[in-house]
Design a protein around this ligand. Structure first.
Ligand code: ATP
Length: 612
């Protein structure tokens, strides 16, 4: 596909995604500062708790040894303080999450919108190659990854390490260095093991992700092709293929789960060993009277306090690697550059008369196969020019170049003397109305689909367009009228009805240039005539380019261009070309013959039965 990479691949995880994220967080600086303050308050409370506990235990211990009235000896103040500090620890944590939640959500919204806009800015080639199911999964996982990364990286991993540092220092200062050493060593071993094991597991996590994407793409693709599947009664074939993908997914999940077991088991072992070592040491110190029972409780509380978030850290690190990979795939989408680029210094297209000119245009979708070869022609202002030729000759491609879905490899396309590469895409596309070969509709009402031609059009204008496109009779037959929902991609409408919707949209847009790409190909002769009249009416004040299979629809064109294998082989009016007795005359004769045969059979001429 001409060097364009459309499949999102997993890269080696790097941390640059975090750098890119910061940009999106800066919107709420004040909130971030407040959240960090809450975080500090929660950590101070959590480090203070074991000390209060130690004093409570020691006071109670002393009380049980003395014979004073028990209510006098209750360390009431300390007990209350313990409750307050415990509450403060939780509430500051909650406050932190609440404050930061808004920052995360805003970042997710901004990035989601940016990706969406970026996808719309990518060229047609990307969208023809994309896998809708996989793409939407990548985006969903990417935005969820952001939320995870921010919540856990910023507010769990970093603070946990700060807390561990604090505890190590406190243990060192207040007790023997051995305790600090046990904590430090076990944390180091734990982190090293977690990182190593998680790195080893990343391959399996990616396998699961890619298997999920593939199976989802497969099912979406199959369901989108629902009708085709039925035409060929290929349900079993589709199920088999889907099940093959599911089988890969299942096996990837199994490997993933087993490696997760190894990781969790190893982590639990390290924690258990460290806890036991610290407790044994503390028990000896208590037995030797080097420590009080309160100290024993304090050390136990600190160990629990450290390893609880550490246990969490293993999970967070694992998930973060996944989140990072997902965010990267999403940012990789943002890095995809469209091939059709708008230069920064371009002007708006100024359309005065609507003069189109193709100048020595050569083009191929891939470098291996040229589609158009040195094509030159003029569409004078307000004229109607038709392009005819065999299927695959490159007719629709000409329109795609005019609309700048692609840029020519050689030559240029001019509108009123301006190279279309030198004007903004928006202004160019605003100036061109298109009635495409296949009209895809949004899954809303018929009325709203038509209004899409000019989203701010009044109801009256839409109604007028409906009449001009001869849709009113059809709409009258519908129980819900113009409010009828058209189904996904407009599948509930016939081909001819969809074409009329497309015509109504183009009427509503009323641009100076109109392109009809086989606009009447799905219509029967009677409807065709009425649509042709409508087209004639609306193209009276426009420059129009008509791509046609059925020559009968373009006999009135000012100029007919005959395209053969990407080359202009004849050019002139219907009469002139017939008189020349060349390619066009041949095509005309074949179609006339087919038409009379069809008429004899009492049917219509289908464009698809014609072979040139
Ligand atoms: P038809 O009358 O059947 O619509 P056409 O003359 O309009 O045919 P085009 O749609 O311009 O033909 O296609 C010209 C050639 O380019 C065809 O052989 C087609 O297979 C090829 N083609 C069209 N679009 C692409 C694409 N996106 N990538 C690669 N090749 C393409």
């Amino acid at each position: 596909m001409r060097g364009q990479k459309t499949q999102i691949e997993f890269h080696e995880v790097n941390w640059s995604a975090l750098g890119k994220l910061w940009y999106y967080l800066l919107e709420f600086r004040g909130r971030i500062v407040l959240a960090v303050l809450c975080l500090i308050a929660a950590k101070v409370a959590s480090v203070g708790m074991p000390f209060i506990l130690k004093h409570i235990v020691d006071d109670l211990n002393a009380a049980s040894a003395s014979d004073m009235a028990p209510y006098l000896l209750m360390p009431l103040g300390l007990l209350l303080a313990y409750g307050v500090v415990r509450f403060a620890n939780v509430i500051f944590g909650e406050l932190r999450d609440t404050l930061f939640g808004r920052v995360t959500e805003r970042a997710m919204r901004r990035i989601g919108l940016k990706v969406f806009e970026h996808l719309h800015s990518l060229d047609l080639e990307f969208h023809l190659n994309r896998r809708t199911g996989g793409l939407s999964r990548d985006i969903e996982r990417g935005t969820n990854g952001i939320s995870f990364l921010l919540r856990f990286m910023v507010f769990n991993i970093v603070p946990t390490f700060v807390e561990i540092g604090l505890v190590v220092v406190l243990l060192w200062v207040n007790y023997s260095g051995l305790y600090a050493l046990i904590v430090l060593l076990s944390v180091l071993v734990y982190v090293a093991f977690s990182v190593f094991a998680t790195e080893w597991r990343t391959r399996f996590v990616r396998e699961v992700n890619s298997a999920e994407s593939r199976s989802s793409t497969r099912s979406v693709d199959s369901l989108l092709n629902y009708e085709t599947v039925k035409y060929f009664t290929n349900e079993a074939y589709e199920s088999r293929h889907y099940d093959q993908e599911l089988e890969l997914w299942e096996s990837a999940r199994r490997k993933n789960r087993l490696t997760l077991f190894a990781l969790n088991g190893g982590q639990a072992l390290i924690i258990a060993m460290a806890m036991t070592a610290a407790m044994v040491l503390a028990a000896f110190d208590v037995a030797n009277k080097a420590m009080s029972i309160g100290d024993f409780v304090l050390i136990n509380a600190f160990m629990m306090q450290i390893f609880m978030p550490l246990n969490f850290l293993g999970f967070v690190y694992r998930e973060m690697k996944g989140a990072m990979a997902n965010i990267e795939s999403m940012f990789a989408l943002l890095d995809q550059q469209p091939r059709v680029i708008e230069s920064p210094d371009v002007a708006e297209l100024r359309v005065s008369a609507g003069h189109i000119r193709f100048e020595n245009v050569a083009f191929g979708y891939s470098t291996e196969r040229g589609i158009l070869h040195s094509v030159s022609f003029d569409v004078p202002p307000l004229s109607k020019v038709a392009i005819v030729g065999a299927s695959g000759a490159g007719k629709s491609t000409l329109f795609k170049l005019l609309f700048r879905f692609y840029d020519p490899d050689e030559g240029r396309v001019l509108v009123d003397g301006q190279d279309i590469r030198g004007v903004t895409l928006q202004s160019l596309r605003r100036a061109i109305g298109v009635v495409p070969q296949d009209t895809v509709l949004f899954n809303t009402s018929l009325f709203e689909n038509i209004r899409y031609g000019r989203v701010n059009a009044s109801d009256e204008d839409v109604q007028e367009a409906i009449c001009m496109a001869h849709l009113d009779d059809f709409i009258k037959q519908l129980p819900k009228g113009a409010d009828t929902l058209v189904g996904e991609r407009g599948l509930k409408l016939s081909g001819g009805e969809k074409q009329r919707v497309a015509i109504a949209r183009a009427i509503l847009k009323r641009p100076p240039i109109m392109v009809f790409d086989e606009a009447t190909s799905s219509l029967d002769s009677r409807s065709e005539q009425s649509i042709l009249n409508a087209i004639r009416e609306i193209s009276a004040n426009h420059t129009s380019l008509v791509i046609a299979h059925r020559l009968s629809t373009i006999v009135d064109a000012d100029t007919i261009i005959v395209l053969e294998q990407g080359r202009v082989v004849e050019e002139g009016s219907h009469r002139v070309l017939l008189a020349q007795g060349g390619r066009y005359a041949q095509m005309w004769a074949v179609q006339q013959q087919d038409r009379s045969q069809q008429d004899a059979l009492g049917g219509n001429l289908s464009p698809h039965t014609v072979s040139y």
